[in-house]
Write a protein that binds this ligand. Structure first.
Ligand SMILES: *Cc1c(COP(=O)(O)O)cnc(C)c1O
Length: 398
């Protein structure tokens, strides 16, 4: 039965709709893929070289090294910096699993720290507290007191597409002689006061997982760096540490990006700024719609820090009754997701690190209240309106 007086017509708004962006580059893609198939050159060819150059320039970094995924970018970055057993890496507890998982896979100890409420990013105050209260110097080396591990690096994450507080984080890292690896997986093109992320620390790590602002047709990633020697280590470790081929001075792995993925990314890259601007426009539209719906008390919108270029890989709001709202939105055909429901210090696989509820209260609270709304560029104004109207209806009866 049709209901009379519905303010918004029923529609479906998925969290992400990659099919909606495909027509924008379909015609450019096919000749390139056909040429690649005809040439049968699949490994580290001209498409990879071109992608590395254009994305390094886009990120204001000197060098780019294409890799097999964002996860492998993190792994390779730490291998290039000689991080392994007996070392510790300080990072955010509120992030995708790969940030902490790669540290642990190398035999190093992840030290998970709390975030800032406004940005969801690694808190400089938490980092400083850890360095001052939980670490000590031994023969000039910084030691994580509880575990005895040598503290080697800090790994900030530019979560949801907004840069972490890099000035304060870099100052602390330099004061304590630590390397900085940026997990920029969600933040290609994101800016910290006029400087793009990826070239701010020692190595930047990007992901082209299909849900990122620049998505491949599968898995792919990139490391960026400004130091030539470090970049050479990344390149050699990417091919099993062989240099020349079959002569191994280092133990690396197969971390190569496919030529096929690089070809797709080179084409999609031409559209990246338009897509990112679409996301930014949608974010501003959401702010206006939430304000006029009178939801400011109920829904805490993401804070866009002045001077930072937020690329809105995700638009994450915070609400009480998060799970009930999600269930209601699912019924209304509005897609949402929780990034992330469990901070890393509380994950079962990291229980050996001794993390407890209460260690990182800001992140724990975020995990209980945050929910991502659809933000992709191709959303129509009717869809954005429908999302906010659906949320308004949820609160109407409460
Ligand atoms: C996506 C993501 C990664 C991992 O990238 P993959 O390409 O999926 O391996 C790492 N860190 C963060 C913060 C991410 O969002």
């Amino acid at each position: 039965m049709a209901t009379v007086g519905n303010t918004a017509a029923a529609m479906s708004v998925p969290l992400l709709d990659l099919k909606a962006q495909y027509p924008a580059y379909q015609a450019e893609l096919w000749p390139v893929l056909q040429a690649l198939c005809a040439g049968q050159g699949f490994i580290l060819g001209p498409q990879v070289t071109a992608l590395e150059a254009s994305l390094a320039a886009y990120s204001q970094a000197t060098f780019g090294v294409g890799v097999s995924s964002g996860t492998d970018a993190l792994l390779l970055a730490m291998m290039a910096l000689d991080i392994g057993a007996g070392d510790a890496v300080l990072t955010s507890t509120y992030t995708f699993f790969a940030t902490g998982g790669t540290i642990a896979r190398l035999g190093a100890r992840p030290v998970f720290l709390d975030i800032d409420h406004d940005t969801f990013n690694l808190s400089p105050a938490a980092l400083e507290r850890c360095l001052v209260e939980q670490c000590h110097r031994e023969h000039g080396q910084l030691i994580h007191t509880a575990s005895g591990a040598r503290v080697k690096a800090v790994m900030p994450v530019h979560l949801y597409g907004q840069a972490a507080e890099m000035q304060a984080l870099l100052a602390l890292a330099h004061a304590y002689d630590l390397k900085v690896i940026e997990d920029a997986a969600q933040a290609l093109g994101s800016e910290y006061h006029g400087r793009r992320v990826g070239g701010l620390g020692d190595i930047g790590c990007f992901s082209f997982f299909p849900t990122k602002n620049l998505g491949a047709f599968g898995d792919a990633g990139l490391c960026t760096a400004n130091d030539a020697e470090l970049t050479e280590r990344l390149r050699v470790l990417r091919v099993h540490g062989g240099k020349p081929k079959y002569f191994h001075g280092l133990i690396g792995g197969n971390f190569r990006i496919d030529e096929l993925q690089a070809a797709v990314l080179n084409i999609k890259f031409k559209h990246l700024d338009v897509w990112t601007e679409g996301r930014q426009r949608n974010a501003e539209r959401y702010r206006a719609l939430f304000a006029s719906a009178g939801l400011s008390e109920r829904v805490e919108l993401p804070v866009a820090v002045p001077g930072l270029r937020h690329i809105y890989n995700q638009f994450v709001v915070r609400v009480a009754e998060r799970d009930a709202l999600r269930a209601f939105l699912a019924e209304q055909q509005v897609g949402t997701e929780i990034y992330y429901p469990v901070p890393l210090h509380l994950q079962t696989c990291f229980s050996y690190l001794g993390g407890q509820r209460g260690d990182c209260p800001v992140a724990e609270r975020a995990a209980d209240t945050s929910v991502a709304l659809p933000i992709y560029a191709e959303l129509s104004d009717a869809q954005l309106t429908y999302v906010v109207e659906s949320i308004r209806r949820f609160y109407q009866n409460r």
